[in-house]
Each structure stands twice: as structure tokens, then as C-alpha cells.
Write a protein that binds this ligand. Structure first.
Ligand code: B12
Ligand code: SF4
Length: 526
């Protein structure tokens, strides 16, 4: 038993964090413009500061598909380059100057996106901003862009490039465009047939820099509508849409990596689809992980099929262990008293569980941190991810908090789920942050890692290797990222995991219910 007030007894020791993980590379204001290359597009994923409490590994586990998805629609006569500032290779290139710079914007790195946009615009490049934050706060983004992309970039990017080439950026006759404050806004919803989209252009990603370049997305949308989720953002219409399982298989094969990560909001949103996808993935003999809601365990045959198809881990948004919190946030989910049984079912099929928990809901009191940590340890969750409740702008949660006068500020940089940006009901913002720091500290401690070891001793050594690499090696991660060694260092472990899993699947195919877990190395997701 952990004493209920432990999180508040003494502050968690501050972790040393390399400057490169907290501070964006400098953009030299005195740098003159280089000559411009026509038909050259540079796509940028801006820098964001890393949270020292969590693992740096997650930043190179799952490359975002924001840029590669629409890069696939670039006409052949354009050259495209990709720059992720989080790979620690310095600031994005500028010699030659790109004709167009496309930047993806999330609220946590909006400020950096604007700095980059302003820097390139002053030197003659046309800057297009797109992404979640552009959709929720277009007026804020407009002064930093030559055009905004609101919604699905796959539909908008080729139109924008065509208009740009014809010097007609934002001329309504050519594209469905809204003009406002002088900045054209290109608008597209996500209601189209997703299976018509081309595969993302993963070849743009530096292969050595990521644990795997195979981020996959099979479906869009989610059957839930949780009030705190970005899917509840005003203006975001994302009905559930699927790619054909065969398309997913082809993408997985084409990228030629042993491990894939599904970044779908909820791969289990439609169970019949997930059954079909598993049947298609099974012959590949690859391994993968995905985010699902815990109700996938309503259907044990689905869990079995996931395991047979190579699923080694799931990222489950439990969000809270309080039914009251879940009801208040409109999450359709089984009773929390049944979570433990459901976790066990996943474990019985050799599937690791990375639980995601939101802290600071209105029914959370100061004991939430200890209760959550104890539950995670009791149920041996291999991994857990914590988020301070964050009211994203333009969501029902934001409006509610604003109406109640509980929003503390609008410094989006701190809307990173590691800071309290609102006044919680039953504790102070400082206590919420202290509890958040404590729970990560607790879950990354030697004692907690040991407590959560798998029940089957054969799986323990690999579990420990994975846990120590992922959770206790931030200094090591920093060097791996900086020196492009992430993939070479992890590849043998990933291959070993895949090899073990293929053997495990063969024995599972013979049995109805599994007793022994195979002991994976690869963590279950972000
Ligand atoms: C992969 C991922 C990550 C990766 C990579 C992040 C990165 N920026 O490099 C990792 C694991 C590191 C990560 C970390 C975090 N993430 Co994250 N992540 C995702 C995830 C699962 C997939 C993103 C993706 O590829 N989507 C698919 C692409 C195709 O969609 P898209 O980005 O919207 O892009 C489309 C359009 O917006 C548009 N578009 C986008 N950019 C541009 C640019 C131009 C020029 C144009 C024309 C169009 C365009 O075109 C695209 C195609 O239609 C999403 C959830 C999701 N399923 O989207 C969460 C998500 C983006 N993450 C989220 C959060 C909160 C975080 C963290 C803060 C969590 C944490 N506490 O650590 C951190 C911080 C990182 C950060 N500041 O970005 C939230 C963001 C909420 C919000 N309103 O901003 C999301 C939505 C998850 C959620 N359900 O809440 N994340
Ligand atoms: S279940 Fe997850 S993805 Fe779906 S709406 Fe809720 S938080 Fe968003």
C-alpha cells in the first residue's frame, strides 16, 4: 500500500534534460535569403519541448503522418523534402530557399510554427499552414501564412500547389476557397472515401531515425465522442472511414519494416472491420501495435485474432478509474470494475497493455494518483501514459471550463498535457502537476517496473530490457536520436520480438486459450 499523501510529501527530484530537448534550434534573423528553387516544397514538423517525466523514446516510435499523407499527392514535377526538427539535426534547410514551405501546426508547437513561417516568408517562400490547430484557431494562424489548409491536406495540397504555380493562390474560381483577412483558406472535410487516398509517402522519412517508419492508419474517426478529445473540435467532421484491409497490407509490406504502429484514434471502433484487417495481416508474419478502446474485449475471438495477426501491444485509453468521470465525459465504456478482467484477457493472449490515463477530472480527488498507480501495478500494465486533463480550444470541454471561469491562461505551449492549464475541482493546479510528476516517477521506478513484471518467468528478461530502455534511458535516447541510431539499435530487439511472436502464434493457432505469454520487447505505443 502506498500512503495516500505520498505524492505531496516531497517534490519529485528534477530530471536533467539536455537543452536540445527543451529549446528549438535558433533561426538567424540576419541570414540573407538564398536563391529560390522553383517547384521545391519543404515540409516541416516543428520542434516541441519534451517532458522530462516521460520517455523520450515515444517521440521516435511513431512518426506523424500529417506531412507524409498529403506529400503523396505532390505532382511529379515538384521536389519535396521533409524536415522533422524533433530529430535534433538542427533547424530546417534554407539553401536553396523553397518556393513553398508546408508546416503542420498543433497547439503545443504553434509558437514555433509561426517563428518558422515568419522566417521563411520574409525571405520569399510561400508558407502554407495546416493541421489541427489551424482548424481550431484559424484567425490566430492567419497572420503567419500565405494560405491556410483547414481539414484534409490530401485533398487540399494538390489544389494549393496548382494555384500557387498559376499565381492564383486563393482565387475562388479555381478552388473552393474562403477569403478572409486577406489570407486564403482552403477547406476540405474528412467525409470522402478514405480508400481513395494514396498511401503516405513514407520514403521521405529518414529510416534510421525512427524505431519504425511504418506508422499506419487504417481508419479515421471513432464511434465515441469524448468531450475532452480533439475529435470533438468544432468544424472537425470526421465520420468513421476505413481503408480496404488489402491496402493496409500493401502499405505495410512496401515499407519493409518488421514492426508497424497503427495511429488510428481507435482501431477497434468497428469490430467486423478489425476482424477482416486481422485476417489480412496474419500471413505477413509481422508485428504491430494499435490504440483501441477496452470494449474490444467484449469479443474474445477478436483478441485472439489480433494476437494471431501479430498484435503485440495495445494502447488503451482507460482515461479514468472512476465511472463518474467517464460518464461526465460521455465516454461509452464498460464499468471500471471490469477493467482488470479485460486487461487479463489481453495478457492471456500475449498482448501488452499501455494504459493511458487522464488526471484532473472533476471527480478526481487528491488520492487519484496513488489509486491509479496501485491499480496499474496490481494489474501489471507493462506501460502507462499520463495526461493532465487539457481543454483543447474549440472543444466542449474548453467552452465548459471557460464558462466556469476555470481556464488559467491561453499559453498554448503549456497545453501539452504535462501542465495544469485550468483550475481543478478538488485540488490546486500545483497539486495536480505534483501528482502528475509523482505518478510518472513512481511508474518509472525500479520497484514499480519489477512489480509489473510478467507472471511467466520466460518473459521477464525481455520485459526488463524493454522497460529499462524505454523508461529509464532518456540520456541514451537523446544520443540515439541525435546520431541517427534509433533504428539500428532497436532493430535486433524488434526482430527478436517478431521471431518469438511468430513462434508463439503457431502454438496459439493450436490452442483455444493461451497460458504462456511470449515476452515482447516492443512497447505498446505512445
Ligand atoms: C503520431 C502522434 C504523435 C507522435 C508524433 C507527434 C509529432 N508531432 O511528431 C508522438 C508520439 C511523438 C506524439 C506526441 C504527443 N502527442 Co500526439 N498524436 C499522434 C497521433 C496518434 C497521430 C498523428 C497523425 O499522424 N495523424 C494522422 C494525420 C494524417 O492527421 P493530421 O495530423 O490531422 O493531418 C491531416 C490534416 O490535419 C492536414 N494537415 C496537417 N498538417 C498540414 C500541413 C499542411 C501544409 C497541409 C496542407 C495540411 C496539413 O492534412 C493531414 C491529412 O489530412 C494523433 C492522433 C491522431 N490519430 O491523429 C495524436 C495527437 C496529435 N497527439 C496529441 C497529443 C496531445 C500529444 C502529446 C502532447 C501527448 C503527450 N502528453 O506527450 C505529445 C506531444 C507532441 C506534440 N507536441 O505534438 C493530441 C493533440 C491534441 C490537440 N488538440 O492538439 C492528438 C490528437 C491525440 C489525441 N487524441 O488527443 N503524438
Ligand atoms: S475513445 Fe478515444 S479517440 Fe474516441 S473520442 Fe474518446 S478519446 Fe477520442
Amino acid at each position: 500500500m502506498i500512503p495516500a499523501d505520498e505524492p505531496f510529501l516531497r517534490p519529485v527530484p528534477r530530471r536533467r534534460i539536455p537543452r536540445e530537448m527543451t529549446t528549438a534550434p535558433v533561426l538567424d534573423a540576419g541570414e540573407p535569403a538564398s536563391p529560390m528553387e522553383r517547384n521545391y516544397a519543404l515540409l516541416i514538423n516543428p520542434f516541441y519541448p519534451k517532458d522530462a517525466h516521460a520517455s523520450f523514446g515515444k517521440h521516435v516510435l511513431t512518426p506523424t503522418l500529417a506531412l507524409t499523407s498529403f506529400a503523396a499527392t505532390t505532382p511529379a514535377h515538384w521536389r519535396v523534402a521533409y524536415w522533422d526538427e524533433n530529430l535534433l539535426h538542427g533547424r530546417p534547410p534554407f539553401r536553396p530557399m523553397p518556393q513553398v514551405v508546408g508546416i503542420t501546426v498543433h497547439l503545443t508547437f504553434a509558437r514555433r510554427a509561426y517563428e518558422l513561417a515568419d522566417w521563411y516568408r520574409v525571405r520569399g517562400s510561400k508558407v502554407i499552414l495546416g493541421g489541427l490547430h489551424v482548424l481550431s484557431c484559424p484567425d490566430e494562424c492567419a497572420p503567419h501564412a500565405d494560405a491556410l489548409a483547414l481539414g484534409d491536406g490530401v485533398q487540399l495540397w494538390p489544389r494549393i500547389l496548382r494555384d500557387l504555380e498559376n499565381n492564383r493562390l486563393g482565387v475562388p474560381r479555381v478552388s473552393p476557397v474562403l477569403r478572409d483577412m486577406g489570407v486564403p483558406r482552403y477547406v476540405a472535410t474528412y467525409e470522402n472515401d478514405y480508400s481513395n487516398d494514396p498511401p503516405p509517402r513514407r520514403s521521405l522519412l529518414p529510416r534510421h531515425s525512427f524505431l519504425t517508419t511504418t506508422s499506419l492508419i487504417a481508419t479515421r474517426g471513432c464511434h465515441n465522442r469524448c468531450g475532452f478529445c480533439y475529435l470533438a473540435t468544432d468544424g472537425l467532421r470526421m465520420p468513421h472511414r476505413m481503408r480496404h484491409p488489402q491496402q493496409v497490407v500493401e502499405e505495410f509490406q512496401a515499407d519493409d519494416q518488421p514492426y508497424g504502429v497503427f495511429i488510428d484514434n481507435n482501431l477497434g471502433s468497428r469490430r467486423d472491420y478489425l476482424h477482416a484487417l486481422c485476417a489480412a495481416l496474419r500471413p505477413l508474419n509481422k508485428i504491430w501495435s494499435a490504440a483501441v478502446t477496452i470494449d474490444v474485449t467484449d469479443d474474445p475471438s477478436l483478441i485472439r485474432n489480433m494476437a494471431l495477426a501479430g498484435c503485440t501491444g495495445v494502447f488503451v485509453g482507460f482515461e479514468s478509474l472512476s465511472d463518474d468521470n467517464l460518464v461526465a465525459s460521455h465516454k461509452k465504456t464498460p464499468k471500471t470494475s471490469d477493467y482488470a478482467r479485460r486487461v487479463r484477457m489481453l495478457h492471456d493472449y500475449g498482448i501488452q497493455v499501455n494504459g493511458s490515463f487522464v488526471l484532473g477530472f472533476d471527480h478526481d480527488r487528491k488520492d487519484v494518483f496513488v489509486r491509479t498507480a496501485e491499480w496499474i501495478e496490481e494489474n501489471r500494465l507493462e506501460c502507462a501514459t499520463f495526461h493532465i486533463l487539457t481543454p483543447y480550444p474549440a472543444t466542449p470541454l474548453f467552452r465548459q471550463m471557460e464558462a466556469q471561469g476555470r481556464i488559467l491562461h491561453r499559453d498554448w505551449t503549456l497545453y501539452d498535457t504535462g501542465h495544469a492549464v485550468f483550475r481543478p475541482k478538488h485540488m490546486t493546479p500545483e497539486e495536480l502537476e505534483q501528482g502528475y510528476a509523482w505518478i510518472y516517477h513512481r511508474l518509472f521506478s525500479h520497484a514499480s517496473i519489477w512489480r509489473r513484471r510478467p507472471e511467466h518467468w520466460q518473459a521477464v528478461p525481455l520485459y526488463l530490457a524493454m522497460s529499462y530502455l524505454y523508461k529509464r534511458s532518456n540520456r541514451f535516447w537523446h544520443l540515439l536520436i541525435k546520431h541517427d541510431l534509433v533504428n539500428p539499435v532497436w532493430k535486433p530487439l524488434v526482430e527478436m520480438t517478431r521471431w518469438r511472436h511468430v513462434h508463439y502464434r503457431r502454438s496459439l493457432a493450436q490452442r483455444e486459450l493461451v497460458i504462456a505469454a511470449p515476452g515482447q520487447v516492443v512497447s505498446a505505443g505512445v
